[in-house]
Design a protein around this ligand. Structure first.
Ligand code: FE2
Length: 195
């Protein structure tokens, strides 16, 4: 394939290790009000939003061309917090091209990467600084911050044409939920999960 000259150039982008933020690029932000229906206790969510809407997470979309030869990458920053007993987390998604994988690498904080495929296999991996997790093809993925006071900062990369399917998770949820039980993160069956 013929490429334009500027596509052949290397690129340098800075992501701050303390904050996960890139000073040169605008992130995408998800507020608690954007997370309606994602948490088990939706009334609790509404109650918090009524008092003050909070940022749950932000991430980068660098606008890399959606081509199988390219790699999309950036950071996701999940802030500390809970809705009832459920930790702050990303919405989570399948890839539109479901046979594409993804890499996550934890730069800061403590949490989990929750994964499941349409066949019902569930994987959950602890995230802490220095840990990388390979999300295999077909697995939806969600990042969960279990720290009471630190952001969870993850670096990710995936095939740039993978695409995001948020709708399936918005409709069905994940099969499992990570909640705080007796002061410990505990994975439970999601009572609201729709097959
Ligand atoms: Fe992804």
């Amino acid at each position: 394939m013929k490429r334009k000259n500027n596509e052949l150039k290397s690129k340098v982008i800075k992501f701050n290790l303390e904050t996960g933020i890139s000073p040169e690029i605008e992130s995408k932000k998800r507020m608690l009000s954007d997370m309606e229906g994602m948490y088990f206790d939706n009334n609790k969510l509404k109650e918090i939003v009524k008092r003050r809407d909070l940022i749950v997470y932000e991430f980068y979309d660098l606008g890399i061309k959606a081509d199988p030869s390219e790699l999309a990458y950036g950071t996701t920053i999940v802030y500390p917090g809970k809705v009832g007993a459920e930790y702050f987390m990303t919405k989570g998604h399948f890839h539109e091209k479901i046979e594409t994988a993804e890499i996550y690498y934890c730069l800061r904080g403590y949490g989990y990467l929750l994964m499941e495929n349409p066949e019902g296999d569930v994987e959950v991996r602890e995230m802490k600084p220095g840990i990388s997790v390979y999300v295999p093809p077909r697995f939806a993925h969600r990042s969960i911050n279990i720290s009471p006071d630190q952001p969870l900062i993850l670096f990710f990369s995936f095939r740039a044409d993978a695409g995001h399917d948020y709708k399936t998770i918005e409709k069905k949820g994940f099969r499992k939920l990570m909640i705080e039980q007796n002061d410990k993160p505990t994975l439970i069956d999601n009572p609201k999960w729709k097959s």
